[in-house]
Write a protein that binds this ligand. Sequence first.
Ligand code: 5GP
Ligand code: ZN
Length: 115
Amino acid sequence: MAAMDDCLFCRIVAGDVPGEIVHTTERTVAFRDINGQAPLHVLVVPRDHYANAAELATGDPETSAELVRSAHAVAAADGYDDYRLVFNTGAGAGQRVFHTHLHVIAGRELSWPPG
Ligand code: 5GP
Ligand code: ZN
């Protein structure tokens, strides 16, 4: 799937918008959230554009799995065994950027249920 010119995360993947990239694979790019909510808050995205996690899982299941492997590698690199992974899906669930991204959050007490 082609990159979308008006998509912020496609532009970060392409290097047109700066991002603090912490991990890459052939299929994924991980960069720090600009408004981090914990000592570790990284977004892992597919290089290709998919609007949400379900579309990615259907369209490219191997990359969907790679997001989780990348997220684990990002947490492990900073020494975190415990972390939270979040896919906000849809505006009503807090999704603001419609290029799927896996939030990796760690380094503080994480309460449940989430807000
Ligand atoms: P969502 O609310 O869609 O699940 O998450 C979008 C995330 O992208 C938010 O946590 C927000 O802080 C982050 N974000 C928005 N704009 C930028 C940006 O330009 N650069 C980076 N690195 N993160 C961004
Ligand atoms: Zn995109």
